[in-house]
Ligand binder design. Structure first.
Ligand SMILES: Cc1cc2nc3c(=O)[nH]c(=O)nc-3n(C[C@H](O)[C@H](O)[C@H](O)COP(=O)(O)O)c2cc1C
Length: 204
């Protein structure tokens, strides 16, 4: 016999059209065929030690670029940059615009100019960094795996080779100051900053 008791929260089965439950926004720099840098706004990313996993749709120029040339910069903007992130949202670096993106996205070659961002050379790799982003992680591709049925995605594993941080958010060479650094959270397609600190883990 099952034991029934009053649950603290009632649930319903739902089928959200999007499942972006809140991850940091990233501006991914990749190398175009002509040696210029493309910027892809994205949020499907997480870190495991020096490895970072990125998720990119198959119709994006960012994935095309990474498949051809396996280097990127994971630029992480703070909340003051949200409108510049959004200025990049309607664009793709793919020309012609892929069929699946027609009518919604437009081709833009110079994403730095389109969003008023500043390109700065990387130290270990070819794609440029974005000067305005407080964290800029230069990385090399280790592995790309394609997944998905109706829509296909690339799951890209990269390894960081150099990490640049604005001086204002550095505690020391080995620590970022979490009270001065804050990402933008992409929360079901809306941008949020962080709220107040709740506490810290025992290892902090
Ligand atoms: C805040 C934000 C987050 C996004 N996250 C992702 C993502 O994680 N993966 C992805 O493939 N596309 C994501 N997109 C959509 C791409 O930015 C969009 O497809 C864009 O055209 C890609 O540019 P590209 O074709 O030049 O790479 C996101 C867009 C925005 C504005």
């Amino acid at each position: 016999m099952k034991f029934h008791r009053e649950l603290p929260n009632k649930t319903q089965l739902v089928q959200p059209k999007i499942l972006y439950f809140g991850t940091p926004v990233i501006l991914l720099s990749t190398l175009n065929e002509d040696g210029t840098t493309n910027i892809t706004p994205m949020s499907s990313a997480w870190a495991l030690g020096k490895r970072i996993i990125l998720g990119l749709g198959e119709n994006g120029h960012g994935l095309d670029n990474l498949q051809r040339f396996g280097e990127c910069v994971i630029n992480i903007p703070n909340p003051t940059l949200w409108s510049q992130v959004e200025a990049l949202a309607p664009f793709t670096g793919s020309n012609p615009v892929p069929k699946q993106k027609m009518g919604v996205f437009q081709y833009e070659k110079d994403k730095f100019k389109a969003a008023g961002l500043t390109a700065v050379h990387s130290t270990q790799i070819l794609p440029d960094r974005i000067a305005e982003c407080p964290l800029q992680i230069e990385a090399k591709v280790i592995h790309i795996r394609m997944t998905g049925e109706e829509v296909s995605f690339g799951i890209i594993e990269v390894e960081s080779v150099a990490i640049h941080a604005h001086e204002e958010i550095i505690l020391d060479e080995y620590h970022i100051d979490p009270t001065r650094w804050s990402p933008i959270i992409y929360n079901f397609r809306h941008y949020f900053g962080l709220g107040d600190e709740l506490g810290k883990t025992f290892r902090a």
